[in-house]
Design a protein around this ligand. Structure first.
Ligand code: HEC
Ligand code: HEC
Ligand code: HEC
Ligand code: HEC
Length: 233
């Protein structure tokens, strides 16, 4: 009886795992997002996040690398201890993998949209659907729906996985590979979310029309929307 129960439970756990594996959202790349969000794409392309992969090439940022005890002559673009934070979805389904063209059509060799907003395979369609619903019947869609589809609204947490991942950082559960650029190397690498989120490291902000409503509303949303630009026709 005990054995039978164990087997049954084992089978149930496996079924759950299989389902989770099928259901887990995957990375789709910048191009998919910018089909609709072209203005965000143009603005993002000017940020250092969009060019993060270049910093791993030999003979780039030589002074900075020396200071962090890295070898400026070395090519770090295929080093798994570096690529994870200088690309999107590294090692995850649909994400960047060693040897992929970093500038390829999906632009996964950069800190792209999904590094902050979450893997987009499932929520991207909901965005279009919600807009149609708003236009057709002036009804907003609960934002909660997007959370279940993999969209991230906790930006502070997303930033921390890259910016606060070093030994002795305030991030609980920090684990190797660590960033070599820590406040101990230079005070300018100290990461403070409230300051950082308001810099040009982020794309410009554009007015939302209200396709989605309700929690979770990112804590910087109201402030940014006040000065957000209109999306050009
Ligand atoms: C089919 C077109 C389409 C695609 C593809 C798309 N979006 Fe959207 N997205 C929209 C529309 C429309 C809205 C609602 C805008 C509004 O309310 O004014 C939206 C809203 C958003 C929002 C704000 C949601 C909120 O809280 O109200 C974010 C963030 C976002 N998109 C990011 C992305 C990212 C990242 C991708 C790529 C994975 C993506 N979108 C793909 C059309 C799209
Ligand atoms: C996937 C990892 C990753 C995530 C997530 C991430 N960043 Fe970054 N960020 C980087 C890397 C790598 C650089 C350095 C880019 C370069 O110059 O190579 C950087 C650079 C920056 C800089 C310095 C820009 C400059 O030009 O001096 C700021 C500020 C910043 N990020 C803020 C943020 C904020 C705020 C968030 C969250 C909303 C965030 N980052 C999320 C990896 C990340
Ligand atoms: C845990 C995430 C993480 C890992 C792993 C990582 N980096 Fe970075 N890297 C960052 C972040 C975040 C920044 C931005 C720091 C800032 O400007 O505050 C950055 C910045 C840089 C810069 C630009 C520094 C500057 O001042 O412009 C270089 C160059 C760089 N990283 C190279 C590397 C190399 C080489 C490796 C592997 C040995 C590596 N990184 C591993 C997160 C990481
Ligand atoms: C480094 C992190 C980061 C990256 C990369 C990033 N975003 Fe954002 N995004 C944010 C933050 C923070 C906000 C502001 C908070 C809010 O209102 O949701 C935001 C807001 C938005 C919004 C809501 C309206 C607005 O303009 O504020 C949309 C739509 C959006 N991003 C789309 C994109 C797309 C498309 C890309 C890629 C081309 C992208 N984001 C890349 C962090 C990021």
């Amino acid at each position: 009886m005990k054995r039978f129960l164990q087997q049954l439970l084992g089978a149930a756990a496996l079924a759950c795992l299989a389902q989770a594996a099928v259901a887990a959202p995957t990375y789709v790349g910048v191009k998919v997002c910018t089909k609709c969000h072209d203005v965000h794409g143009e603005s993002w392309a000017t940020t250092s996040h969009a060019k993060a992969f270049d910093s791993l090439k030999a003979n780039t940022k030589a002074e900075e690398k020396k200071k962090a005890k890295l070898d400026p002559a070395k090519d770090y673009t295929k080093d798994k201890d570096c690529v994870g934070c200088h690309s999107t979805g590294f090692g995850k389904a649909g994400g960047y993998a060693l040897g992929k063209d970093p500038g390829g059509p999906e632009k996964l060799g950069s800190v792209g949209c999904e590094a902050c907003h979450g893997p987009g395979s499932d929520y991207r369609e909901e965005h279009g659907t919600a807009e149609k619903k708003l236009l057709r019947s002036q009804q907003s869609t609960p934002r909660k729906l997007l959370v279940g589809k993999g969209q991230n609204f906790d930006y502070e947490k997303a930033c921390a996985t890259c910016h606060l991942n070093f030994q002795g950082s305030p991030l609980k559960g920090a684990k190797a590979p660590f960033t070599p650029f820590t406040p101990a190397v230079d005070a300018k690498y100290k990461f403070e979310f409230d300051k950082a989120v308001r810099t040009k490291a982020l794309h410009e902000h554009y007015k939302l029309k209200g396709s989605f409503e309700g929690e979770p509303i990112p804590k910087v949303r109201a402030e940014f929307q006040k000065t957000a630009k209109d999306i050009p026709e």
